[in-house]
Structure formats: C-alpha cells, structure tokens
Design a protein around this ligand. Structure first.
Ligand SMILES: Cc1ncc(COP(=O)(O)O)c(C=O)c1O
Length: 397
C-alpha cells in the first residue's frame, strides 16, 4: 500500500476495516469452512455465524433479523427488488424511479422499457431534490408495480426524503424500494416502523468486503425470489452463503452501529469534508458545490472547478497520489457528462468540470490539508479564467 496515497473515493469503495478482516479470517483460511446448510455441528457453526451477522445488520437498520436477505452486492439487491415486484404484480406495467438513480436501477429499468413497461423518471431540481407532489401525481395505484428512489446519491451525496416518499407510495398500495447503498452507515436509518418495502445495502461501501450485500424485505410485503435452488435465505435467495463476506458485513454493521449511536464518525467526516470544501472554495475562484448543501451525506463533496476539464484534473491528482472520481465510478471511461448532474439542470461544461471527493472514517485531517494544497495546485495548472465582462482568456500556471 502506498503511504502517500490520499484515498478520497470512498463512494466507489471503502477500505476493509481491520476488525472486519479479523472477523472474516476464520471463515476464509481457518477451520470454519463448513456449509451452513449442513446438519452436523461443523456446519452449524457456520450457520450460527451467518445468523449472528443477520442480527448485527438488522440492528444497524433497526429492522428484524427475518427481514435481512444476504445477496452478492448492491446491484443484485436492486435487481432482485425490481424482479420481485414484477413477479408479485404481473398485471401491472408501470415503474417510477428518479432521474438520478444509480445505473443499478436505471439500467434494469431501461431493459424493462425495452420489454414494454412504462417507466416514469421523477425530475430533480437544481440541488438534486425530488418533488414529493410530483411523485404523488405520477404513482398510479392500479398500474404502478414499484417506486424505487435512491436514498443518498452516489455522485452528489444528496439525500432524498425517503420516509415521506415511502408513505405516499404505500398509501397508494404500491411497493416502495430504496437503493440505500450510499446511505447505510453514513446516516441513521430506522426501519422499525417504516413504509419502505425493500432496501438495498452493499458491503464494500461500508468497510466490509466486496461481493456481499443485503436486500431488506419488510416482513409485511410480498416477495418472490429470482434466484431459485437450494432454498437458502428462507427461499428468498438460493445459493450457498458467502459466509466470510456475511460475517464481515455483520462486523462492519456492528462497528458502524456503535459509532452511529455516538454520532462519532459521521460528525468527524462532516467536519473534515466541510473544511476541505470551504478551503477550496476560498482559495480557488469559481468553485461551486453540486447538490444540496444541507441535505447531503456527511462524507461527499462534488465540486465544479469552472474552466477545468475534470478528466485532465484526475490525471494530475492521480499523479499526486489522490484518488477521486469524475462522478460515478461505474461510468468511468464514458465520455458523456454525468447523467446525474445533467438531470440537475447543469450544462455539459459544468458537469465535465466536476469532481467527486468522498471521505471515510479513515480520512485524517493531515490528509485533507495535503489534499487541499494538491488540488489547488492541480486546478491552477488547468484553470481557464474568463474575466467578468469578457476580455482575454487567462490561463493559470
Ligand atoms: C447508489 C449505488 N447503488 C448501487 C451500487 C452498486 O453496488 P455494488 O457495487 O455492491 O453492486 C452502487 C455502487 O457504486 C451505488 O453507489
């Protein structure tokens, strides 16, 4: 590992917490390799570990253990939620999502459109917020299969009013799913008395390993499995469990639960993020924050450096040891400007000048101060300033 690296791309993935690694170890290289479905004691040890992890995740979400279904990733959880709704209500042909969903909801919906379903994308305003009245007006109790809204946007960190939205949708007799992959562990979620029907979680976004996720399924809603086979996860997701991954996710949930209760790491991340953002705004002219300043994850800063090509900036920052992203990591390599930022009404030029920085509980003050200096230097090399009232273009050196 590079000591000089400043990792500010935690919305793409996070470092596995050392205590998570330690919890997983016996199930990877140690003696606990039994199959949780086996009837003998050796298998039962693995079963107990999986069930303990289920309790730990349920506690973080304030849900019931029986509502937790382990999956392979956030993408699988999102796809499974959509598929289940379609199977439960085969006569319905309409879905509602927001215009700023992650591709793990947007792409399956595009595929459903190609199969003849209607998909309504609720617009967002310039700060990335959806309008609940508009949501209410487009949900059709007779024809809408599912409403799916992202809890915290992966590019801007903007938080949606999920509980209010879920209540509106539930009152219309329609299932409600939320992609909460970026929200879990960064903001408090309480599903104990929730109108949310299903909710997606991903292990690698919260300091657990890659290849494990969760679909929360409210015990009062109908569910139809996509993955059929050995009947694991109460028949809701067949396939031999990723025991080590699940144990690690349980441990990560426990660690987050203890720090969320004290507000500890959320508050620390927010302070560091604000310090990073404010200093850059003060030092670099024309720096803009993309997304709602308050209704936002405490770890995310999506900044537009006007006149700067974000792709070029990322190369300079990479050379300086900073990892950050031009938007969603999943869209890296695509030349199109961010779909999320353009849905917020931003010009292609503004979207192409925008960079996402995302912190974690491991980000230090020293790293933030160093990152500010390095970003300032890199932007200075690239920024083209257009003085007010016209005049010659000045290129910073
Ligand atoms: C909001 C959101 N949903 C879903 C996913 C997909 O999660 P996974 O990588 O676990 O499939 C991501 C990952 O970037 C995400 O940010």
């Amino acid at each position: 590992m590079n000591d000089e690296l400043i990792y500010l791309d935690n919305n793409a993935t996070t470092r596995v917490h050392p205590e998570v690694c330690a919890a997983m170890e016996p199930y990877l290289s140690g003696a606990c390799y039994g199959n949780p479905s086996a009837g003998y004691r050796f298998g039962k040890q693995a079963r107990q570990a999986v069930e303990r992890a289920r309790e730990q995740v349920a506690l973080l979400l304030n849900a019931q253990a029986e509502e937790i279904v382990f999956t392979g990733c956030g993408t699988e959880s999102n796809n499974t939620a959509l598929e289940s709704a379609l199977r439960c209500y085969p006569q319905r042909r309409h879905l509602v999502i927001s215009a700023t969903e992650h591709s793990a909801v947007e792409k399956p919906c595009e595929a459903l459109q190609a199969r003849g379903y209607r998909v309504t994308r609720v617009a967002v305003d310039g700060e990335g917020m959806i309008d609940l009245e508009e949501l209410e007006s487009v949900v059709d109790g007779g024809d809408t299969v599912l409403v799916s809204l992202i809890w915290a946007n992966n590019e801007t960190g903007v938080l949606a009013p999920i509980e209010e939205a879920a209540k509106i949708v539930k009152n219309k007799g329609v299932l409600f799913h939320s992609d909460a992959v970026q929200a879990v562990g960064k903001v408090d979620l309480d599903l104990s008395d929730s109108a949310v029907s299903m909710l997606s979680v991903s292990g690698h976004k919260l300091h657990a390993a890659k290849g494990v996720g969760v679909l929360y399924v409210n015990r009062q809603v109908r569910f139809e499995a996509s993955m059929l086979g050995g009947g694991q996860e109460g028949g809701r997701r067949s396939g031999t469990e990723n025991v080590a991954g699940i144990v690690g996710l349980g441990k990560a949930a426990e660690l987050l639960q203890s720090s969320l209760v004290g507000g500890g790491h959320q508050q620390a991340m927010r302070q560091l993020r604000d310090r990073f953002e404010q200093t850059l705004i003060e030092r670099i002219p024309h720096t803009l924050v993309n997304g709602h300043r308050e209704q936002r994850l405490p770890n995310t800063s999506n900044l537009c450096f006007r006149g700067v090509d974000a792709e070029g900036l990322l190369i300079l920052l990479d050379n300086a040891g900073i990892c950050c992203s031009p938007g969603s990591a999943c869209s890296t390599g695509a030349v199109k400007p961010s779909r999320v930022l353009t849905a917020m009404g931003m010009s292609a030029a503004r979207a192409r000048s925008s960079v996402r920085f995302s912190l974690s509980m491991f980000t230090t003050e020293e790293e933030i101060d160093r990152a500010v200096d390095l970003v300032e230097q890199a932007v200075g090399k690239l920024q083209i300033v257009l003085p007010a009232g016209g005049g010659p273009v000045v290129r910073h050196t």
